[in-house]
Design a protein around this ligand. Structure first.
Ligand code: HEC
Ligand code: HEC
Ligand code: HEC
Ligand code: HEC
Ligand code: HEC
Ligand code: HEC
Ligand code: HEC
Length: 322
């Protein structure tokens, strides 16, 4: 009777503990925005409109409050904002004070935006990113046209480095390629920047077998940029004529992926043979995957045959002497 009671209360206790732990966990998943920013309340002055799908304002002339739909392109996601590298910023660190008034003035709407290099250029703190090199590469890239800036690929309100810190390379590849497809798979975005005709990315990569598998395993920039070993992510997008089309550029012992996609991994895991296992498919590079077992067996076979020959010769010599 006593043991039954103890068992029952132990189970009850375990249940209570696990429920408490779980609710503590859910609380932990969402750290308060106040923990990462000193300006949450100030930012709400903008986010009460730009963080919502609808906004209201009082029309002084007509003396009433109007509610309208916020343009989807002008919505700033709070979670993403407070997760990005610039989460500690006030909106007005980058935007004119004039925006505090609504309707926004023409001056405000015509504001010039900062470029990354304005804040990060020639600063020791950010030396590891080599902003100056990236800036120079972008200036030479095919995207260096009117209206195109770093912000077209790096959202000012959510940016954070991806590839650099990733644990999940497939996910990082998906994110990276999504950045390009934002325009190359969405003509209304492309059209804002160029008069060129619509490009169908699937058709222009017809020559590539297993397109889906490739786009899941490599980034667009693997084939469309020039290799630059001084930065982690090459930024000089070349004209299409100069894009990589030769299979052997990747499917070979001296794969260009070692200088791009696997730059970090290849340094960390060189010994583990990571790259070999990922890209050096046996069907493409015969003998590219040295196997310790096979190597061992062939050495043993070699030594055995040598011994057999030696033994045979010795027997012959002895026979001849006799
Ligand atoms: C009452 C709602 C409201 C508030 C508050 C508000 N905005 Fe806006 N904002 C809008 C609307 C609506 C538009 C689009 C129409 C326009 O440009 O006036 C807009 C446009 C903008 C644009 C795009 C301008 C352009 O044309 O490219 C920026 C940038 C902007 N707001 C920043 C801010 C900032 C920063 C704050 C806070 C200091 C802020 N807004 C506060 C409603 C608001
Ligand atoms: C690190 C600088 C920076 C901070 C901080 C910042 N913005 Fe922006 N914002 C920009 C830049 C740059 C653009 C122009 C983007 C472009 O040209 O594509 C922009 C554009 C906008 C736009 C126009 C729509 C768009 O996304 O292009 C709105 C609205 C806006 N910001 C609101 C805000 C609000 C609200 C905050 C604060 C919660 C904020 N911004 C904080 C740099 C910043
Ligand atoms: C208005 C100035 C300003 C602009 C514009 C700006 N940044 Fe920053 N950025 C900062 C500051 C300041 C920090 C440090 C924030 C902190 O520590 O809370 C930072 C942090 C970063 C970090 C994290 C650095 C680290 O090692 O912790 C990266 C990466 C970064 N920015 C990239 C960019 C990129 C890319 C752009 C352009 C697309 C850009 N920034 C535009 C001021 C700026
Ligand atoms: C055509 C799109 C595109 C443009 C334009 C662009 N970038 Fe990038 N950038 C990328 C991609 C893709 C990555 C890799 C993203 C990731 O995984 O972190 C990246 C990564 C970065 C990084 C992180 C590199 C690291 O070492 O972790 C920085 C810093 C950066 N870009 C700065 C810039 C600056 C500055 C400009 C403008 C001069 C710019 N980018 C313009 C696509 C672009
Ligand atoms: C903001 C929109 C936008 C994004 C994001 C973007 N592109 Fe583009 N891209 C364009 C436009 C616009 C053109 C046409 C430029 C012109 O008119 O010459 C273009 C042209 C190209 C071309 C063709 C060049 C030629 O010779 O015809 C290639 C290749 C290309 N982009 C690759 C990329 C890659 C790779 C990425 C991602 C890292 C990317 N783009 C991201 C808008 C974009
Ligand atoms: C395996 C290498 C490789 C990969 C990966 C790759 N491309 Fe390409 N891409 C090429 C080559 C080669 C061409 C030129 C084809 C031609 O001239 O017919 C090209 C052409 C293009 C063009 C110009 C098409 C035209 O008809 O004008 C664009 C835009 C483009 N690629 C974007 C992308 C985007 C976006 C991605 C990622 C989703 C990507 N590419 C991934 C090799 C690649
Ligand atoms: C930019 C580098 C790159 C180029 C160029 C490239 N490949 Fe690949 N390829 C890869 C990677 C990475 C994988 C994925 C290996 C894995 O994940 O197992 C792959 C996988 C494959 C696969 C196996 C697909 C599957 O379903 O598992 C085949 C077949 C293939 N490539 C053929 C080719 C041919 C043929 C060409 C030339 C027309 C080519 N590749 C060009 C990088 C490349």
């Amino acid at each position: 009777m006593k043991t039954k009671k103890t068992v029952f209360s132990t189970i009850l206790l375990a249940l209570v503990v696990s429920i408490c732990a779980q609710s503590a966990d859910t609380l932990k998943i969402k750290p308060s925005f106040y923990e990462v920013s000193d300006y949450v309340d100030e930012n709400e002055n903008c986010l009460k409109c730009h963080g919502e799908t609808k906004y209201s304002y009082s029309d002084a002339d007509r003396g009433k409050t109007l509610t309208k739909i916020m343009y989807p392109d002008l919505i700033v996601d709070r979670d993403a904002y407070y997760d990005g590298v610039h989460r500690s910023f006030m909106c007005s660190d980058c935007h004119m004070g004039d925006f505090e008034e609504f309707p926004h003035s023409l001056d405000a709407r015509m504001e010039d935006n900062f470029a990354c290099i304005d804040c990060h250029g020639y600063d020791e703190t950010y030396a590891q990113y080599h902003f100056e090199v990236i800036d120079a590469e972008f200036a030479e890239s095919i995207h260096s046209i009117d209206g195109f800036s770093c912000w077209n690929c790096h959202d000012p309100h959510s940016y954070k480095p991806n590839m650099r810190d990733t644990e999940d390379i497939k996910e990082a590849i998906r994110f990276n390629n999504g950045m390009c497809l934002e325009c190359h798979n969405n003509f209304s975005n492309f059209m804002l920047l160029s008069d060129k005709d619509e490009i169908n990315v699937v058709e222009s990569h017809d020559w590539l077998p297993n397109q889906v598998a490739h786009f899941r395993s490599v980034r667009c920039i693997e084939c469309h940029t020039e290799i630059n070993d001084s930065i982690l992510v090459a930024h000089k997008i070349l004209p299409k004529k100069e894009a990589v089309q030769q299979c052997a550029e990747c499917h070979s012992r001296n794969s260009r992926l070692m200088h791009s996609l696997y730059k970090f991994q290849s340094q960390k895991d060189r010994k583990a043979g990571y790259v070999n296992s990922v890209i050096l498919n046996d069907t493409f590079v015969i003998g590219a995957n040295p196997s310790p077992l096979l190597d061992g067996i062939s050495v043993v076979v070699f030594i055995l045959s040598f011994l057999v020959i030696l033994f045979h010769t010795a027997l012959r010599i002895i026979k001849l002497r006799n």
